[in-house]
Write a protein that binds this ligand. Structure first.
Ligand code: FES
Length: 140
């Protein structure tokens, strides 16, 4: 029922952990299952390129796989390009997810948006198309 790519990113997730000197952090909750996702980013203040990104989750296997793929897709991208990493794009990159697991993939997209929102707020900038995620539960 899961694609090989989902199984690969679930068993061997990329970019798990924390970034101690992250300058963008976002945390979101999943209203459907109560699971939580936190994303840390190190964004270059001059070029606005996401140089590093890591995640931690209390989510299921599909949440782990989608976050692993989503972090791979935003790494090295300009913050405006990172907006194109939607949950749909992540699911396509993973060759699909079972319909009951689609809500899990939203956690990754929303956590990325929460981290970008945190960065934009702190720096007084606007990122085209970015809104504060409705399930944002970031502290401070
Ligand atoms: Fe909660 Fe998948 S069941 S994130």
């Amino acid at each position: 029922m899961y694609s090989e790519k989902v199984m690969d990113h679930f068993s061997n997730p990329r970019n798990v952990g924390e970034i101690s000197d992250a300058n963008a952090v976002g945390q979101v909750g999943n209203p459907k299952c109560g699971d939580i996702m936190k994303i840390y980013m190190k964004i270059n203040d001059d070029t606005k390129v996401i140089e590093d990104v890591k995640f931690k989750t209390f989510g299921c296997g599909a949440a782990v796989a989608t976050s692993s793929m989503a972090t791979e897709l935003v790494k090295g991208k300009h913050i405006s390009e990172a907006m194109q990493v939607t949950n749909k794009a992540v699911m396509e990159a993973l060759d699909g997810l079972p319909p009951v697991k689609v809500h899990c993939s939203l956690l990754a997209e929303e956590a990325i948006h929460a981290a970008l929102w945190d960065y934009a707020e702190k720096h007084g900038i606007k990122i085209e198309g970015l809104q504060k995620p409705k399930n944002d539960i970031s502290e401070g």
